[in-house]
Design a protein around this ligand. Structure first.
Ligand SMILES: Cc1cc2nc3c(=O)[nH]c(=O)nc-3n(C[C@H](O)[C@H](O)[C@H](O)COP(=O)(O)OP(=O)(O)OC[C@H]3O[C@@H](n4cnc5c(N)ncnc54)[C@H](O)[C@@H]3O)c2cc1C
Length: 339
């Protein structure tokens, strides 16, 4: 996120500085995800999550071609395995249309099986604008263009203090190694964006900025079924979860997930005991899979604004002038679009 902002701003402004605490950019949530270009199907209407997702989908494919970033418009199937789930497909399609997604098609069993012969399906939705992308190349391209425009990308530069005096004034890195004056800070620190807001002086409890961590685990499978599309079950009702789904990468490898596991700290181990719940979900639509075929793969952590069972929250993208911090723009809760 920070890299794309740096590219955009450096085309218009001199003296753009991107501070990254790690040895390289994009080593956290941006490299621990499904790399799916989502269509914007499920989000609640009127949410930034919905409008930015559909707009992002439209804006992303074209530059990928121009910038030579590997990507593939795989399409996605949302599959119903019983009559109750079949009824939900029509509702999902209508909901997506409310978000401006008009390219979904309802498929009968025969059509679904023609697209995905190894899957058990009674009916499905086909989303042609869902795809996958090499997110590392995308990030590299943002970084190269930002630097070409004159921005400085400073690695191993952890923001450790922000001082405000009639607005944002001074920023400190690495516990005082550098201090410099700045008029604007754009906080896109992902899982740490609530701490950065607190550093500036914002009461993150009162403003509802405190992040909760929700791990998404993935399992790979060997032997692997042959799938041609991203593949999702009809999601369980009244939850945020999309159900355990199958995503492909650009090498056509399949991984299942992510699931949802709220955790107290940021650490990236995977509990192998989750294999059983993955298997229970997957075997509904891929009956050929056996528990012993599933292997722990990777995980990422969503910086969520809502805890388990709490009301759904939108992204926070906010100029904090009215909070008393002119010059501070917070991006908080930029989590996985569950779509
Ligand atoms: C399991 C999972 C699956 C997902 N699947 C998809 C998907 O298929 N499609 C999709 O579009 N999105 C997906 N997402 C969401 C997507 O990954 C995130 O929206 C995106 O990566 C957020 O990027 P970011 O730049 O906000 O955060 P990050 O990538 O976490 O970047 C924040 C950066 O800030 C740096 N930083 C933090 N604190 C400091 C500090 N004090 N000083 C300096 N630097 C600091 C960090 O080191 C990091 O590099 C998924 C997320 C998860 C967890």
């Amino acid at each position: 996120m920070g890299l794309s902002i740096a590219e955009e701003l450096s085309a218009k402004y001199k003296r753009v500085l991107l501070l990254e605490k790690n040895d390289g950019c994009g080593q956290e949530t941006s490299s621990r995800n499904s790399e799916v270009i989502h269509a914007g199907i499920y989000y609640p209407h009127g949410f930034l999550k919905a409008s930015l997702c559909t707009e992002g989908n439209r804006l992303l494919y074209d530059p990928c071609g121009k910038r030579n970033i590997s990507h593939k418009r795989t399409g996605k199937l949302i599959v119903a395995v019983n009559d109750a789930k079949c009824e939900r497909l029509e509702k999902i399609k209508m909901h997506a249309e409310g978000n401006g997604v008009f390219d979904l098609t309802l498929l009968g069993k025969k059509q679904a099986l023609t697209l995905e012969p190894e899957v058990s399906a009674k009916a499905a939705i086909y989303s042609p604008s869902t795809g996958i992308i090499d997110s590392h190349s995308l990030m590299r391209s943002f970084s190269i263009n930002a630097e070409k425009n004159g921005a400085v990308v400073a690695l191993r530069s952890k923001v450790t203090a922000i001082r405000a005096k009639d607005g944002i004034d001074e920023l400190e890195t690495n516990g005082g190694e550098y201090r410099f004056h700045t008029r604007v800070v754009i906080n896109s620190a992902g899982l740490y964006s609530d701490s950065i807001a607190a550093m500036a002086g914002i009461d993150i409890e009162r403003h509802g900025y405190r992040l909760k961590y929700c791990k998404g685990n993935y399992f790979s499978t060997s032997p692997a079924p042959k799938l041609n599309h991203l593949f999702y079950p009809v999601p369980p009702e009244n939850t945020e979860s999309l159900g355990i789904h199958a995503t492909l990468d650009l090498g056509n490898r399949i991984k299942f997930g992510p699931d949802s596991q709220y955790v107290d700290e940021i650490e990236y181990s995977i509990d192998g005991r989750r294999r059983e719940s993955f298997y229970q979900s997957i075997q509904n639509y891929l009956p050929g899979i056996k528990p012993e075929h599933l292997h722990t793969e990777m995980c990422g952590i969503r910086p969520k604004l809502q805890g388990p069972g709490e009301a759904y929250r939108d992204f926070i993208i906010k100029d904090e002038s009215d909070t008393g911090y002119p010059g501070l723009i917070n991006l908080i809760g930029i989590e996985s679009p569950p779509d």
